[in-house]
Write a protein that binds this ligand. Structure first.
Ligand SMILES: *[C@@H]1O[C@H](CO)[C@@H](O)[C@H](O)[C@H]1NC(C)=O
Ligand SMILES: *[C@@H]1O[C@H](CO)[C@@H](O)[C@H](O)[C@H]1NC(C)=O
Ligand SMILES: *[C@@H]1O[C@H](CO)[C@@H](O)[C@H](O)[C@H]1NC(C)=O
Ligand SMILES: *[C@@H]1O[C@H](CO)[C@@H](O)[C@H](O)[C@H]1NC(C)=O
Length: 630
């Protein structure tokens, strides 16, 4: 049976050192005869222990698969400013649509917004004298339906303009409009000015695929812009979807790399992420089309929000910025200076005092204290591009001068040969089949112990064996991570990729967390990471595996302190087809082991290709058993 297990042992203050336990997994539906044996020897003496970096395991968040827009960012309206269809009018207002017909309503975009950076607004002309009951108007289905829940309140903000006074009806309704979950009348004064409308809607029913409707019964013209609907119960009131954030918190991430990935580069530079366009009042953000992953973002989840998210997770922010290079075009090093200045401004935004030019913008957004940005990545996967090295050095030197403490991450792999440029860390990305990744647990054994450290900023099993997140994939990843723990003298950070997928837009497969408008579950790769959540900052100890089956096994052992107690955790991965009877012995502990405080945690299933799903989110199970030790 393939599985991953760990033993966590409470160590109080007496002496004694030997421990024996076998991992007969009680979580399994059927008990299997062990066909192999293995002995694990852990040397837990302090002489041979080494501290793992505090930052070893963290997260990589990319705006891919609607991870942010329609994902952790709780905004329910999609294309809230009508900008997604582009600047040429009339434009496509998708996913907005119309309630009524050609005879009763005419809706068109124009360039009359009060917001200069996102000039498109929606002009709605009601044509009917005797409008149908319920009126005519527009609706927005959100991101594959809005999750509207009974008793919850939702904050509507929108900008409207109408030459004559009118009463609008704003409602939350089922996708066919028949079931009304909430409804308010919004009087609009007749003026030539735009007015901001703020209204609370309280749902008196639940529908997971609802829509927002704005209707009228009165002949006339009303303009709309920047229509937002936010649930009132976002995480810390910061706009994040609470259930998704709690899944992240459960992994205790030590860093957050953001916002990409290829999202940072763009297919073309004109579509790359621009931090400056993603800060300040949300109404004034232009939004942009992410041309690598093919969707529009209103950029409510912007640079500031990513910094806030890092703080909320207790994770060190790692800002990946565009270095003047996209997938298809590049800024030459001779012309890179304004891009360098732009990045220095972004660092002032994060770290500058509330009195500095950009720090004051951050303070005005509600965060006078600086955000402690200590790491930046100069581009994503751009090593070897024509202007990478030249541009890299411009960014590197400018940042080094202004922020000597910031650690800079190069895109060039320094694991097999030294880099030809200065760097604190280098990116290492691996997506491969499970067997290859399992065998890559020794990859960093051979790497030089001097020079920049590795940041394994993207790793995952994909394609062959991966399914939509299989147990087998997670086992190979776990084995790979035990190798990173052992090599954490030169591997400083590691993160799985991608973190999230909205089930309605699976551009990249597999992913750690799958969600839709109202549900979420972890794939085995998510649960696998939970085995490593105590590793950052812990002590790693030598471990040896004696078995004729050792080619299919991987293991590591750590100890750490928590509220006065010491803990020992031994992780074992069985990647082979046979069950294994395990004997674990620990030497070198200063104290005895408290068997009563010990337990075993197992991640397994009846078939290695098993996956979790919305209907069976715990098929590949993480289960804990207490007092297993004899
Ligand atoms: C939600 O609305 C759809 C479309 O009207 C309907 O089929 C579904 O039954 C509704 N769900 C609930 C929980 O009322
Ligand atoms: C419209 O706004 C301008 C500028 O704020 C103000 O001077 C003017 O009085 C407003 N007009 C109406 C009709 O409210
Ligand atoms: C910021 O400006 C205020 C008012 O001008 C001043 O009192 C304060 O000392 C300044 N703070 C810093 C950190 O410069
Ligand atoms: C497993 O042991 C650890 C350490 O004593 C404890 O924190 C954890 O709650 C235990 N788990 C269960 C399910 O008992």
């Amino acid at each position: 049976m393939k599985r991953m297990g760990s033993k966590q042992v409470l160590v109080p203050t007496v002496s004694c050192l030997l421990l024996l336990f076998c991992l007969g997994c009680k979580c399994l539906a059927l008990e299997l005869e062990a066909t192999q044996t293995a002995t694990l020897k852990v040397d837990a003496s302090s002489q041979l222990a080494r501290k793992i970096p505090d930052t070893l395991f963290g997260m990589f968040f990319e705006e891919i698969n609607h991870a942010g827009a329609g994902g952790i960012w709780a905004e329910l309206v999609s294309n809230r400013g009508f900008e997604a269809g582009g600047l040429h009018t009339p434009s496509n207002i998708d996913p907005w649509s119309i309630i009524g017909d050609d005879a009763s309503i005419f809706v068109v975009t124009d360039r009359t917004s009060c917001f200069s950076r996102n000039i498109i607004a929606l002009r709605m002309e009601v044509l009917c004298d005797e409008c149908p009951a319920g009126g005519v108007g527009i609706y927005n289905p959100g991101f594959w339906g809005m999750n509207i829940e009974d008793g919850k309140s939702y904050n509507l903000v929108m900008y409207v303009k109408s030459a004559e006074a009118a009463d609008l009806t704003v409602s939350l309704a089922s996708s066919d409009g028949l079931q009304k979950l909430a409804s308010v009348t919004v009087p609009v004064a007749g003026t030539s000015n735009w007015t901001k409308v703020e209204q609370k809607l309280i749902a008196k029913g639940t529908n997971r695929t609802s829509r927002l409707q704005i209707t009228s019964n009165k002949k006339g013209v009303v303009w709309f812009d920047q229509v937002s609907l936010m649930p009132s119960d976002t995480f810390k009131g910061h706009g994040f979807r609470t259930e998704l954030i709690s899944m992240l918190l459960d992994l205790k991430p030590r860093f957050l790399r953001f916002p990409g990935g290829c999202f940072v580069e763009g297919e073309w530079l004109r579509n790359a992420f621009r931090w400056r366009e993603s800060i300040g009042p949300w109404e004034e953000r232009p939004g942009h089309f992410g041309d690598v992953w093919h969707y529009w973002t209103d950029d409510g989840l912007g640079y500031y929000e990513f910094l806030q998210l890092s703080e909320d997770l207790g994770a060190a922010p790692i800002w990946v910025f565009n270095n003047g290079i996209s997938h298809n075009d590049e800024v030459s090093t001779a012309a890179i200076a304004p891009f360098v200045k732009d990045v220095l401004d972004s660092l002032e935004f994060a770290r500058g005092s509330a009195n500095s030019t950009w720090g004051s913008v951050r303070a005005a957004m509600g965060h006078p204290e600086p955000f402690p940005v200590k790491y930046v990545a100069i581009g994503n996967e751009d090593c070897g591009k024509k202007y990478y090295l030249g541009n890299y050095l411009k960014f590197y030197n400018a940042i080094r001068e202004s922020y000597p403490d910031i650690q800079m991450i190069s895109n060039c792999d320094g694991s097999s040969k030294p880099l030809d440029h200065p760097a604190d860390l280098y990116d290492f990305h691996v997506y491969t089949d499970s067997k290859t990744l399992f065998n890559m647990k020794g990859t960093f054994d051979k790497t030089s112990r001097t020079g920049p450290k590795a940041f394994v900023s993207e790793y995952a099993v994909w394609r062959t064996d991966a399914g939509r997140g299989s147990l087998l994939g997670s086992l190979a990843e776990a084995a790979f991570l035990t190798g990173l723990e052992k090599n954490s003298d030169i591997v400083q950070m590691a993160s799985y990729a991608p973190l999230f997928v909205n089930d309605n837009d699976q551009t990249w497969n597999p992913d750690a967390i799958v969600f839709n408008s109202w549900q979420q579950y972890g794939t085995p790769s998510y649960w696998m990471q939970k085995f490593f959540r105590e590793s950052s900052g812990a002590m790693i100890h030598p471990i040896t595996i004696s078995s004729s089956y050792s080619g299919s096994l991987a293991a590591s052992a750590i100890t750490w302190q928590d509220s006065g107690n010491s803990f020992l955790k031994v992780k074992i991965v069985n990647f082979g087809p046979d069950t294994v009877s395990l004997t674990i012995s620990v030497s070198g502990l200063q104290v005895s082991i408290n068997a009563l405080g010990s337990n075993a945690t197992v991640l397994t299933s009846s078939n290695v290709k098993d996956e979790n799903s919305f209907s069976n989110p715990n098929k590949v199970k993480w289960c804990q058993q207490t007092n297993l030790c004899p």
